[in-house]
Design a protein around this ligand. Structure first.
Ligand SMILES: Cc1ncc(COP(=O)(O)O)c(C=O)c1O
Length: 418
């Protein structure tokens, strides 16, 4: 169980809205920092433990800086994310570059910044050498375990059908090739679950990687320096769900670390995570205003935001909790579809949701939008992407990204040649 509250009062929110009109995403700085500190501290038993923030979740330099100050690195998957790291001053092995189908221009930037390359495919060794002329002395290799006893989950799918990573044979082959070419330091990565709340599901990833590390040592004589367990730590989007207990996760990972790695003479393997969702997800709120009420075969509440601000419900049918400000304790005696204005019938934040009676002008808070909310935004129907605000512990707010304007939207069009 987790109670879905908001980190501001109605009065505070109105003061914020007076300065920054709805819709906007607002992130709770204290929540992000405390949560991350708890995660890092839970894994302090592992020397060299590193959390790399999956930038794709919330690609905002202020969020990245906040995390950088806690010793968190960045997990990047694209050139734009690498460029953000450069701007923030995140460089070297503080960047894990976990990309796929990667053009050389992206590898080039990653190598210039000194990132660890998390290699998605064996053919990319030759591709990198041919284009770059040399290889760095550290590589991580992404493993796709193929068929699993209990495989994947709905977001990530079945590993066998996923485009990511290398087969077991290819991982061994890649290690041999890389070693022959002078690579000195090795890591292993896999990611077979996403948005996983079950600790044992997450521990499964560790077991897969740890067993592989042991086999690599036995068969190739290579001791991996680090194991990157990917992301996948879930968010309790629904009130009846329970967030992952980091202490319990860490304890279980420690147990399998000892029973698999240490038992086979691998005593000093550093662990890494590339979590994104759980870092910012629960600490972001999409703040909107109810602007229309429509009663046909169903009762609709129309907001001034739309799925361009948060596409998870439309994309995955995801649940996002809704709070009607000032009506937190009112009876949920109305049933609404809560919609945006896109010409898409799946532009609905909630379907047949029991909520208090909503009046026009009510502030509608959509919870857990801190990851894959603003970042998945798009401009269909000419919708402008919203602002992002950072709420500080003392109640003050910094705008960390302004809202788009129509000039931004049309900036790639040249009307002068019409
Ligand atoms: C390779 C990789 N690493 C890390 C992440 C972050 O995962 P999460 O946000 O579930 O923690 C993802 C998510 O898409 C990913 O694909």
């Amino acid at each position: 169980m987790n109670t879905k509250t908001v980190p501001f009062t109605s009065e505070q929110l109105e003061a914020i809205i007076a300065q920054y009109p709805t819709p906007f995403h607002i992130y709770d700085e204290e929540g992000i920092v405390d949560n991350m500190k708890r995660f890092i501290s839970a894994f302090s038993w592992n020397k060299g433990f590193k959390q790399y923030f999956a930038v794709k979740a919330t690609p905002n330099p202020y969020i990245m800086r906040l995390l950088q100050n806690l010793g968190v690195g960045a997990d990047c998957s694209s050139l734009a994310e690498l460029m953000l790291c450069e701007k923030v001053g995140i460089t070297g092995h503080d960047i894990m570059f976990t990309s796929n189908d990667t053009p050389y221009v992206e590898y080039k930037k990653a190598l210039e910044l000194g990132s660890i390359i998390n290699l998605d495919d064996i053919t990319h060794i030759e591709y990198l050498e041919k284009n770059h002329g040399s290889l760095p002395d550290t590589f991580c290799v992404r493993y796709n375990p193929g068929s699993l006893k209990e495989g994947g989950n709905t977001i990530i799918g079945i590993p066998e059908e996923a485009k990511y990573g290398m087969t077991r044979d290819q991982v061994f082959e890649a290690y041999k090739i890389l070693q022959d070419k002078g690579v000195k330091h090795f890591g292993i990565h896999t990611m077979v679950v996403s948005n996983e709340l079950d600790v044992e599901g997450l521990v499964g990833t560790a077991e897969i990687c740890f067993n592989l590390a042991v086999d690599i040592k036995k068969e190739l004589g290579i001791t991996v320096d680090f194991i990157d367990l990917g992301g996948g730590v879930g968010v309790a989007y629904k009130p009846e769900q329970t967030p992952v207990d980091f202490e319990v996760l860490s304890k279980r990972v420690h147990e399998v670390y000892d029973s698999i790695l240490v038992a086979n003479g691998l005593n000093n393997v550093a662990l890494a995570y590339e979590c994104g969702r759980m870092v910012t997800g629960p600490f972001g709120y999409l703040v909107s205003t109810a602007i229309h009420k429509k009663d046909i075969y169903r009762h609709y509440i129309g907001l001034d935001s739309c799925m361009a601000d948060l596409m998870r419900p439309a994309l995955y049918g995801s649940y996002h909790h809704i709070t009607v400000m000032g009506k937190e304790n009112a009876p949920k005696d109305h049933v609404y579809d809560v919609t945006g204005s896109l010409c898409e019938n799946n532009d609905k934040f909630a379907i047949q949701r029991e909520l208090p009676k909503i009046d026009m002008g009510d502030r509608i808070i959509i919870h857990d939008t801190g990851a894959h909310g603003h970042s998945m935004g798009f401009n269909y129907n000419g919708k402008l992407r919203s602002a992002e605000l950072l709420l500080h512990k003392d109640g003050s707010v910094t705008q960390i990204r302004r809202a788009e304007t129509y000039d931004d939207l049309f900036s790639t069009l040249d009307f002068s040649n019409l």
